[in-house]
Design a protein around this ligand. Structure first.
Ligand SMILES: [Zn+2]
Length: 64
């Protein structure tokens, strides 16, 4: 079970989407259509953010 308790570190919004990298499969496309995730494209770098806030457009990386 996956917990979805992501909060934007900038504005505190819970309107946060995960950014998925790599070539999306059918399910990823569906989720993106529904607005549940964002497709980040196939090129991931060390600076690529993992999350996107829908309210303030802030993007940040997952804490390790
Ligand atoms: Zn925010």
């Amino acid at each position: 079970m996956q917990e979805n308790n992501l909060i934007c570190p900038k504005c505190g919004s819970k309107n946060v989407l995960e950014i998925l990298y790599g070539y999306p499969d059918y399910k990823a496309f569906e989720e993106a259509e529904k607005g549940n995730i964002i497709l980040g494209g196939c090129c991931i770098s060390d600076n690529s953010p993992d999350f996107h806030c829908k309210d303030c457009n802030y993007e940040w990386k997952k804490e390790k």
